[in-house]
Design a protein around this ligand. Structure first.
Ligand code: FE
Length: 229
């Protein structure tokens, strides 16, 4: 089977949150979809290795925040490439506790939906949770982030735990300047593009980037990068 066929499926980019006791966690997911409107239900697919999976299993509640296109890579990195077992993902993040008790990220959020799990399906590496919607609201106008936009425009990567993860093929160096790969999240620093969002002009070689620079996706330091090849 040509696995590239999967890449033509359209997805969004969401932050899915849950709780366990008084602990909260959230993660980036590209799979969330409305299943029925009467009663309103929503389904999500979560990797069993993720802390959020553990929390949804125990509390049977989750929230889905629909991210705007303008969401910066730092927000996606905070929830997508860090583990809630190691860091408090909500530090410095604008959020509230919803009616289910699950946290809801409000930053760069166009709308949110809260649900109670009514069914779950074991899918091997992942679980599909079907939730009956208990609350939700629209917070802002704007275009939702699509998975394609995240990859093509923002240069985003899929973590290895994403349902859609595919191993990247190496490409040729540009302008004799070598690309560098983040060993934590797989982000590729391309000298031709630079990192203008963080003050690194296009054409800057990796060596020329200030030492204070960190991976725009996961926040790893320069030492975590290795030359591609
Ligand atoms: Fe990284």
């Amino acid at each position: 089977m040509n696995t590239k066929a999967f890449q033509k499926i359209g997805y969004g980019v969401y932050i899915i949150c849950s709780k366990s006791g008084d602990r909260i966690n959230g993660q980036i997911a590209n799979t969330a979809f409305q299943v029925t409107s009467d009663p309103p239900t929503i389904a999500i697919s979560i990797n069993k290795l993720n802390l959020t999976h553990e929390f949804i299993k125990s509390s049977k509640v989750f929230s889905v925040s629909v991210l705007a296109r303008t969401a910066p890579m730092t927000l996606i990195g905070q929830f997508g490439f860090k583990c809630g077992r190691d860091v408090n993902k909500f530090e410095g993040i604008h959020y509230k506790i919803g009616t289910t008790g699950a946290p809801i990220v409000l930053e760069q959020t166009l709308s949110y939906i809260e649900a109670k799990v009514v069914k779950e399906m074991d899918c091997g590496t992942h679980t599909i949770f079907l939730g009956e919607v208990v609350d939700g609201d629209v917070l802002a106008d704007g275009e939702p982030m699509t998975y394609a936009y995240y990859h093509e425009v923002k240069g985003g990567k899929s973590p290895k735990t994403a349902p859609t993860y595919v191993k990247e093929e190496a490409s040729q160096p540009v302008e004799n300047k070598i690309r560098f790969v983040c060993s934590v999240c797989g982000y590729i620093y391309d000298p031709a593009k630079g990192d203008p969002d963080n003050g690194v002009a296009p054409g800057t070689s990796f060596e020329e980037i200030p030492d204070s620079w960190t991976c725009p996706i996961c926040g790893a330091s320069k030492e975590e990068f290795t030359a591609e090849g």
